[in-house]
Structure formats: structure tokens, C-alpha cells
Design a protein around this ligand. Structure first.
Ligand SMILES: [Zn+2]
Length: 77
């Protein structure tokens, strides 16, 4: 009986940790996409040095979708 309770606690504890980790990752992603794109990254993109799949590329695309300031900046050059 005690062993079963122990096991359940471990399982739920693990699930809880997993959920916490997923939420944390989500928040980190949202937070990173919130941050404005650096000029250097924009330059890399314009020069074709930024490749699809790179974190900076993903950030740029995701960020441009919801930041007017950076969209304007990208079209200014
Ligand atoms: Zn921005």
C-alpha cells in the first residue's frame, strides 16, 4: 500500500515536473520572440546568411509576425 502511494507520487511528481518544463519552455519561446530582432540578425537575413532552421531565423520570422516596429525596420533598408 505504502509502495503504491509512493509510486503514484513519483508518477504525478514526474508528470508535474514535465508539465512545468513544457510551460517553462513555452514561456521562454514567447519571451524570446518578444525581444526585438537585432540589426545584425536583420543584416544576416538580407545577405542570405541566415538559414531556415536556425534559432535566429525562427525568431526573426516569428517576431516579424507580431512586431510592427521590426517589420518597418526590415522594409526601410
Ligand atoms: Zn520588434
Amino acid at each position: 500500500m505504502e509502495a503504491q502511494i509512493g509510486l503514484a507520487e513519483i508518477i504525478f511528481g514526474t508528470l508535474g515536473l514535465g508539465m512545468f518544463y513544457i510551460v517553462l519552455k513555452r514561456l521562454e519561446l514567447v519571451w524570446r520572440h518578444r525581444k526585438c530582432v537585432e540589426d545584425e540578425v536583420m543584416n544576416e537575413y538580407r545577405e542570405g546568411r541566415l538559414k531556415e532552421g536556425q534559432p535566429d531565423y525562427e525568431h526573426l520570422i516569428a517576431h516579424l509576425g507580431n512586431c510592427e516596429k521590426c517589420r518597418d525596420k526590415m522594409t526601410q533598408f
